[in-house]
Design a protein around this ligand. Structure first.
Ligand SMILES: [Zn+2]
Ligand SMILES: [Zn+2]
Ligand SMILES: [Zn+2]
Length: 334
């Protein structure tokens, strides 16, 4: 049996990629003045090298009246979150400091942003009924008002329990992106965000932590195609799963959507005068691209090894993409 080394650190015991220094780093941030310093540095931040903020300007921005005390807080942040340029005497955010600020700006810890059952001008791809948009616990949910949706046997998604009935799509989305958009734009923006997340994971990089990603195709051999499958809980018998080995973030996608990440397929559409460009400001473009993907033909070519062919067809012209068990594209044929 493998010997497990005893550790003094509950953090290291919980996750080996996290060291006990992490608690110290978080402790440093549990102070309003220090967070104000980070935010002030960010306000002054320019995405250019050699840009730093002099002490006096920083003191002015934070509007703090005790110079000595301010220096003390600033020193505490140095090393982990802030760098001081010794020759020029200014301060700059380190990457970790920038990440903290970006999380604050994106709305981490804010839970008063919500959208409840707002109907949008997009009908259900399964039953054609009207659909609604909801936002709760950092997730945009697109839901059908009539049918059981794509995950009839899945009643909870992490902390998300409401609006799961009839769910058609779920996307993690920061609160900052919700407030500025109308429901139709929110739907389009969440589609773009999901598309980009899956694209990054499909290409092997976790968009959350940059760690390596593993993909796999799952085929439910005992599938009940009428929905509410007892075996898998999903409407579809074939799904692509992508999971980060480091932070365990993941994405689940219909394999029909994966070929668009291959340049031969986007070129195929371009040749036929069909754009595969998606833009948040144009909800029609988002709807159009996802219609294209759901129109792709899907065929289980082999169970062992698992091979699935996805075909796009326009006016009798076809392009066929083969996916293997790791949800990678192994061949493209025209
Ligand atoms: Zn429906
Ligand atoms: Zn099933
Ligand atoms: Zn990750």
């Amino acid at each position: 049996m493998e010997e497990v080394k005893p550790t003094e650190s509950p953090l290291e015991a919980a996750a080996q990629t996290v060291s006990s220094d992490t608690a110290e780093a978080f402790k440093l941030l549990a102070d309003e003045t220090r967070l104000a310093i980070l935010l002030a540095l960010w306000e002054e931040h320019e995405p250019l090298p050699d840009h730093n903020v002099p002490f006096s300007r920083l003191l002015d921005r934070v509007d703090y009246d005790n110079r000595g005390n301010f220096s003390y807080h600033l020193e505490k942040l140095e090393g982990s979150f802030v760098t001081q340029h010794t020759e020029r005497g200014g301060y700059e955010l380190r990457t970790a400091g920038l990440k903290v600020v970006r999380s604050i700006i994106a709305g981490i810890g804010i839970d008063d942003v919500s959208v409840n059952d707002v109907e949008i001008d997009e009908s259900c791809p399964i039953c054609d009924a009207p659909t609604t948009i909801n936002y709760q616990d950092g997730v945009v949910l697109w839901t059908c008002t009539e049918c059981d949706g794509v995950a009839p046997g899945v009643s909870e998604w992490g902390a998300v329990k409401d609006h799961m009935e009839g769910v058609l799509d779920l996307t993690q989305f920061e609160p900052a992106g919700v407030a500025a958009r109308r429901p139709a734009q929110l739907r389009a923006a969440s589609k773009v965000a999901k598309h980009q997340k899956v694209r990054s994971m499909f290409n092997g990089v976790c968009p959350t932590c940059s760690g390596p990603v593993e993909g796999r195709l799952e085929y439910c051999r005992d599938h009940d195609p009428r929905g509410g499958c007892d075996n898998c809980g999903w409407l579809l018998d074939l799904l692509a799963y992508f999971q980060c080995r480091t932070c365990e973030d993941y994405a689940i996608e219909d394999p029909k959507k994966l070929p668009l990440f291959h340049p031969a397929v986007t070129a195929f559409y371009e040749e036929h005068g069909i754009s595969t460009r998606v833009h948040t400001e144009d909800p029609e473009s988002a709807r159009h691209i996802f219609d294209l993907m759901t129109d792709h033909g899907e065929e289980l070519v082999s169970e062992d090894p698992l091979r699935v062919a996805v075909t796009a067809s326009i006016d009798g012209d076809d392009i066929r993409v083969m996916l293997d068990e790791t949800a990678s594209i192994v061949s493209v044929n025209r």
